[in-house]
Design a protein around this ligand. Structure first.
Ligand SMILES: C[S@@+](CC[C@H](N)C(=O)[O-])C[C@H]1O[C@@H](n2cnc3c(N)ncnc32)[C@H](O)[C@@H]1O
Length: 399
């Protein structure tokens, strides 16, 4: 048995024994075990960093992403009146690319800022500091929090549970949802969900926001992820649900295949992150597309500089293509950036941007890709997609 199947069998064993104890478990619990079972869940396997093999994220594509964020953080430091220690706590830092790219570029942005910057890259199980002045940042973290799944049947919200059939195969069953938070939230949507609508409800957002308020005494929160406002996440175009699986750049497998070996994510409902923020004393400054955020932090200026550098053709193309991928609406540029604040006065996004003249200066020495940024020139990865629409039928999988 190879290491992956061994991990998988621990995860499946845990799921089975939980089901045997209680008859069924909510899908959110299944997802929590698959991703987070200590030592064996997808995100808890220490021997490797699986997500890099399965898909790529903005920090893994280009250091320009971190450079733009360094410019944004410098502006936040200025708005906070240059605190002597400006702490940045990154949650879900993965392989640390973003940490390295931000701190490397910070000294090019402003030496005084770089001297005040204290960066805490953290991932599952790491201690996080508390009561900092600065910024809490995450990229593609919240989309991996466990979700409840539901389907509208005869006008009611029915929740998906996972159970075993007589042959001990995993199957799904649906049952009237008894969770008042889910029922009330979905009932409050302006456009009522249509019959048959399938969707998700992220069960980790409130705890997450409470954790952020403990970390942050004064400053900002930057949350980058895919998703949108509730009107988008629960729109007709998402009526088949937004749960995605990723395994070695193939997406669309059933969540009951490769359990513990594949990533599971769902579109993030940023409206809930904003509401949970208000409930915990945070203000919403704004939600914008990643492309717009990066443009306001110098990505076009850096792109122009790279165009004029004396580089080999392939290296230049690789760097420019990565920037294109960060900005294109149908790729990472369509991700959203939410900026919230706590105990400080800035209320509008425009106040966060550096002037265009200053950006020209800051972009003069753009960072170039290193060996551990993923090569993405066309054809390096074939992203495959497997269409599945049987998630709510009696899907069985023999383990
Ligand atoms: C999709 S990866 C993104 C990694 C990195 N931010 C990037 O953009 O490349 C999600 C990361 O979040 C981490 N993670 C998931 N849940 C977490 C939690 N509750 N607390 C801290 N880290 C978590 C995972 O271990 C993983 O490293």
């Amino acid at each position: 048995m190879n290491l992956n199947s061994e991990h998988s069998s621990h995860v499946i064993g845990e799921i089975r024994s939980r089901i045997k104890r209680t008859g069924k478990i909510p899908f959110s619990e299944f997802m929590e075990v698959a991703l987070y079972l200590p030592k064996y869940g997808y995100y808890c396997v220490n021997e490797k960093q699986p997500y890099q093999e399965d898909y790529f994220t903005s920090p893994s594509v280009s250091p320009v992403f971190g450079a733009c964020i360094a410019i944004q953080l410098m502006q936040m430091w200025l708005l906070l009146c240059k605190p002597k220690e400006f702490a940045v706590v990154e949650i879900g830092c993965g392989n640390g690319n973003l940490f390295r790219d931000i701190t490397n570029f910070a000294s090019k942005v402003n030496a005084e800022f770089a001297a005040c910057l204290k960066y805490f890259p953290t991932d599952i199980d790491d201690q996080v500091p508390s009561q900092i002045i600065g910024c809490v940042i995450s990229n593609e973290l919240l989309d991996a929090f466990p979700v409840a799944r539901f389907r509208v049947i005869e006008g009611s919200i029915n929740e998906v549970f996972v159970t075993l059939d007589e042959n001990e195969n995993i199957i799904e069953v649906t049952e009237k949802c008894s969770n008042p938070q889910i029922n009330e939230y979905l009932a409050s949507l302006e456009n009522p969900l249509q019959e048959g609508h399938k969707g998700e409800f992220n069960v980790g957002i409130d705890d997450w926001m409470r954790k952020v308020t403990d970390i942050l005494s004064k400053g900002f929160v930057i949350t980058i992820d895919y998703g949108g406002y509730k009107e988008d996440v629960y729109s007709k175009s998402n009526s088949k649900g937004t749960l995605q699986t990723y395994y070695k750049h193939v997406y669309g497998l059933s969540p009951y295949q490769k359990v513990g070996q594949q990533d599971l994510t769902a579109k993030l409902d940023f409206s809930r992150v904003i509401d949970a923020g208000y409930a915990n004393g945070m203000c919403n400054i704004g939600l914008i597309e990643q492309a717009e955020f990066l443009k306001n932090n110098g990505i076009k200026e850096m792109e122009n500089q790279i165009r004029n550098l004396n580089l080999g053709n392939r290296e230049k193309q690789e760097n420019l293509y990565a920037i294109d991928m960060l900005c294109r609406a149908d790729r990472l540029g369509g991700f959203k950036v939410l900026i919230q604040s706590k105990n400080q006065d800035v209320r509008i996004l425009e106040k966060l941007w550096t002037s265009r003249d200053a950006l020209d200066g800051l972009a003069k020495n753009p960072p170039l890709k290193k060996h551990d940024h993923i090569g993405i020139l066309p054809n390096q990865y074939s992203s495959s997609y497997v269409e599945i629409d049987n998630l709510f039928e009696d899907f069985t999988e023999t383990f």
